[in-house]
Design a protein around this ligand. Structure first.
Ligand code: AMX
Length: 434
């Protein structure tokens, strides 16, 4: 398949680069680790190398070196579509080069071969208690799909280490192919009549999710899915979900096990679940005023929130120091497709007022909106109003990045991860100079 061919072509040069670093510069010190970093989430410690994506504090996310506006401009799109095919994005993440239209279509066509969910997975979801969180169902579904892992089978049969990446890529294509259908099965069972709708072969990967949940405003929602799935596909290699996947996969657990583990991290309120909190807060603001608040009213409201010790969801970021370009891309989408939506207008009003107020505090390092400040507003507009499902949409997209990391970790023969832990007593002795 085209992804295998392209990776095989560029792999020798990548292996040479890594071998050169490891052999010629093996003792070069990358960074120091302080006591406070150890106790504060190893924040900022440079422990990973990944070439799939990088977050620049001022430019935001770069996918394989391309900024979000560049990716949106350069990736191929289907005729009549404003936003690119996810197949082209996957080609870029996997192969480090921009695809032609035909190459993007080839990935989309490959996905179509594996897009249907096996009945046993559907049955498993349908037998779970109704109140199961959709992220639990999503994680379970991914694990269940893993019974067909090609990597695990070939590994048992004595696969050569230099070839580990090949069945890892096979698994990645088969897993990612099924994600829109898996998410739709969960959505339809949890919030609709439980129908299982087969993927539409005339639609691309992203558009198919909109089709399978029978969104009434399908064409525009398909476009939103294309944009959303592109924007959330990766965010460096050391955030909770990416790092979890890398760690699990480093034990040679297959990509199903690694992706499922990553989704369990994404399900946490400090990570992927944050987006539902943002919409909840926005609706709280919306319901507090009879109409769109004036700038002054909004400023008073925000100051009161801060005074009561609450954070304003959707603003601030651990790495970014500017408006998140993923926010901007969705903001532009809303400006074009839903300018009259009152929640969107509220997002605009908050954006006008809040950065100044957060700056007044003198402590918020990034007073600008992150992607979550608008994610939910767009889903809500198109009728996807079940907040607890938003993290599943995030997960569908994020596994594109996670599997690309996994393929390259195997291609570059990254070993099992095993940092060292200390005891408090050892640390106390060291700081005392003993
Ligand atoms: N509202 C109020 N206070 C905020 C704030 C916000 N939106 N963002 C940061 N601050 C405060 C912090 O709580 C901290 O206060 P403290 O010193 O009294 O503890 C101070 O400003 C400094 O924090 P920081 O270094 O600027 O941010 P951080 O790296 O510690 O945290 C984040 C980053 C995202 C957790 C934080 O900005 C926040 O809580 N934002 C609101 C929640 C949110 O939008 N989460 C989604 C993040 C996007 C994502 O990754 N999915």
């Amino acid at each position: 398949m085209i992804l295998h061919d392209r990776i095989a072509e560029i792999l020798p040069a990548w292996r040479d680069r890594v071998n050169h670093l490891v052999t010629e510069h093996r003792d070069f010190k990358v960074c120091d680790v302080t006591v406070s970093q150890i106790y504060q989430g190893i924040r900022g410690v440079q422990i990973q190398v990944t070439d799939i994506s990088y977050v620049d504090p001022y430019e935001g996310l770069r996918l394989r070196g391309y900024t979000i506006p560049e990716v949106l401009e350069k990736l191929p799109r289907l005729p009549g579509c404003e936003f690119p095919m996810a197949g082209g994005l996957y080609y870029l993440l996997m192969t480090d080069s921009l695809p032609s239209y035909e190459e993007a279509l080839e990935v989309e066509d490959e996905w179509k071969k594996y897009a249907v969910i096996p009945q046993y997975v559907i049955d498993m979801i349908h037998t779970m208690p109704r109140n199961t969180h959709p992220m639990t169902l999503f994680s379970q579904g991914i694990m269940a799909l893993g019974v067909d892992s090609i990597f695990s089978r070939q590994y048992l049969n004595g696969l050569a280490k230099s070839d580990y990446w090949i069945p890892t890529l096979d698994d990645s294509i088969r897993l990612t192919a099924k994600l829109p259908a898996l998410a739709a099965v969960i959505y339809n069972w949890k919030y609709r009549d439980g129908s299982v709708i087969a993927p539409n072969p005339d639609l691309d990967w992203s558009g198919n999710f909109a089709y399978m949940i029978e969104n009434p405003n399908n064409h525009e929602y398909e476009e939103l899915c294309r944009l959303f799935f592109l924007l959330h596909s990766d965010h460096e290699g050391a955030n909770v979900s990416a790092h979890t996947a890398h760690l699990v996969n480093s034990a040679l657990s297959d990509v199903y096990l690694a992706s499922s583990a990553a989704m369990n991290g994404l399900a946490g309120p400090l990570h992927g679940l944050a987006n539902q909190e943002c919409l909840r807060w926005l609706l709280k603001v919306y319901n507090s005023f009879e109409s769109l608040p004036s700038k002054e009213e909004m400023a008073d409201f925000a100051r009161a929130e801060l005074k009561s010790g609450r954070v304003i969801p959707g603003y601030g970021h651990a790495v970014l120091r500017t408006t998140d370009p993923r926010f901007t891309a969705q903001y532009e989408f809303a400006k074009k497709y839903l300018p009259d939506d009152e929640l969107y207008q509220l997002v605009c009003r908050i954006y006008e007022v809040l950065p100044g107020i957060l700056k007044e505090t003198g402590k918020v390092k990034n007073p600008y909106p992150n992607v979550d400040a608008i994610n939910g507003t767009l889903q809500y507009h198109y009728g996807v109003r079940e907040f607890d499902f938003y993290t599943v949409l995030f997960g569908v997209s994020r596994i594109l990045g996670i599997t690309a990391h996994a393929v390259w970790a195997r291609a570059l023969n990254k070993p099992i991860e095993r940092p060292k832990s200390l005891t408090t007593a050892i640390l106390e002795e060291r700081v005392a100079g003993k």
